[in-house]
Design a protein around this ligand. Structure first.
Ligand SMILES: [Zn+2]
Length: 327
C-alpha cells in the first residue's frame, strides 16, 4: 500500500515555509568568508605527496578563482573577509594586495595551513605571529581575525584563544558549534560570544548552524554548501536573523570550490565524493546568495560592533574542563 508522506512536514526545517507577509527573506546580516589556500592543502589530501609543479598549478587556479570571487563581490559592491594562508603573502603577493585594495578584510588562516591540533602552544604562537606579520606587510593593514584550518580549535586546543588574544587578534572564527569527528564544540552558542582568558577577552564568531530536530546542523559552507540543497543555508540564515539583527550568519567557502575545471586530486571514493560533488553548480549558487538581498559585512566590522556588548561570556579554562556555565 502506498503511504502518504505524513512525516515530511514534521521533518522539514521550521523555516521552509515562506516568511510572514512584510518580512523579507533577505536583509539578514551575513559575513561571507573565504579561506584562501591552494586546493592541494585540503585536509582530505594531507596524505598525498603533491609535486612542486602541481603545487604551482593549484596556486594558479586558486588565483584565478579568487579573482572571480573578487569580481562577483565588486559587481554587487559587497564586502567580505578572506582568511589567507601566510605563505601566500609571499607566493601570491599581488593577489593578497588586490583583496585588501578592494576593501575586503584580510584575516589569518595560519602560516602553512597546519591544524592547531598538530601544534603545541609555542609552535602555534610562532605560526600565528608569522602569518599576521606577513599579511600585514603585504597589505599595510592590521590583521584582526583568525580562522583555524579545518576549524581545529576544539576543547583540547582551546588554549589557542589565549595566544590569539595575546598576539593582538580581536576575534576568532574557528569554533563550529556542532558534533563532528574532527572538529566542533556543540555545547557553545550558535551566536557570537566572548571568551575570557588570563590576558583578556577574545570574541568568537561561530560558523552558521541550523537548529533542527534538537540538533545543530552545520550549514555554513564548504561541503555542506555543495552537498545540501540551498534551502538549508537559507533556513540557517533566516533562523540566525530571527535570533537578533546583530547576529551574523557566518558563511565560509574556498576558491577551489568554484573551479569546476581544475584537475582532480587522486582522492579515495568517499573523500572524492565530499570534495567534488556540487562543484559544477557552486558558482551559480554563490551568485544567487549574493543576489538574495542580504547585508554583507566584513567579520572585523561585525566583531567591533559586538565587542563589549550584551554577549554570552565564558571562561576559557572552564571550556577546557567541559563546563559551559556563563560568567
Ligand atoms: Zn583552510
Amino acid at each position: 500500500m502506498l503511504r502518504t508522506p505524513k512525516s515530511v512536514p514534521i521533518l522539514a526545517p521550521p523555516c521552509i515555509s515562506p516568511p510572514p507577509v512584510g518580512v523579507s527573506s533577505g536583509n539578514a546580516l551575513v559575513v561571507l568568508s573565504f579561506d584562501i589556500e591552494e586546493h592541494h592543502r585540503i585536509e582530505a589530501a594531507s596524505h598525498l605527496s603533491v609535486s612542486p609543479e602541481s603545487q604551482v598549478y593549484y596556486r594558479n587556479r586558486m588565483e584565478v578563482s579568487t579573482h572571480w570571487l573578487l569580481d562577483q563581490l565588486a559587481a554587487r559592491d559587497a564586502k567580505a573577509t578572506f582568511y589567507v594562508v601566510g605563505e601566500l603573502a609571499h607566493l601570491s603577493r599581488d593577489l593578497v594586495k588586490a583583496i585588501a585594495r578592494a576593501g575586503h578584510e584580510v584575516g589569518s588562516h595560519g602560516w602553512d595551513h597546519r591544524r592547531v591540533l598538530a601544534m603545541d602552544p609555542k609552535t602555534f604562537r610562532e605560526d600565528v605571529r608569522k602569518c599576521k606579520d606577513a599579511l600585514e606587510q603585504a597589505t599595510g593593514k592590521p590583521v584582526s581575525g583568525f580562522r583555524a584550518p579545518t576549524f581545529s580549535i576544539v576543547r583540547k586546543t582551546i588554549w589557542a584563544l589565549e595566544i590569539l588574544a595575546e598576539e593582538g587578534y580581536l576575534y576568532d572564527s574557528s569554533i563550529y558549534p556542532v558534533r563532528h569527528d574532527r572538529y566542533g564544540i556543540p555545547e557553545l552558542p550558535l551566536t557570537p560570544f566572548e571568551v575570557r582568558t588570563k590576558v583578556g577577552p577574545i570574541l568568537e564568531l561561530p560558523p552558521l548552524t541550523l537548529r533542527w530536530l534538537g540538533m545543530n546542523l552545520p550549514v555554513g559552507g564548504g561541503g555542506y554548501f555543495r552537498l545540501l540543497p540551498s534551502w538549508f543555508m537559507s533556513c540557517g540564515i533566516r533562523q540566525m536573523s530571527r535570533r537578533g539583527v546583530q547576529n551574523p550568519a557566518v558563511l565560509y567557502f574556498h576558491p577551489w570550490e568554484f573551479d569546476a575545471q581544475q584537475e582532480r586530486l587522486p582522492l579515495s571514493g568517499p573523500s572524492r565524493f565530499r570534495t567534488y560533488t556540487g562543484i559544477q553548480t557552486s558558482q551559480r549558487r554563490l551568485q544567487e546568495l549574493l543576489d538574495a538581498g542580504h547585508r554583507f559585512e566584513r567579520a572585523e566590522d561585525v566583531a567591533r560592533d559586538l565587542r563589549g556588548g550584551d554577549l554570552p561570556r565564558f571562561e576559557m579554562e572552564r571550556i577546557r574542563e567541559g563546563q559551559f556555565t556563563l560568567v
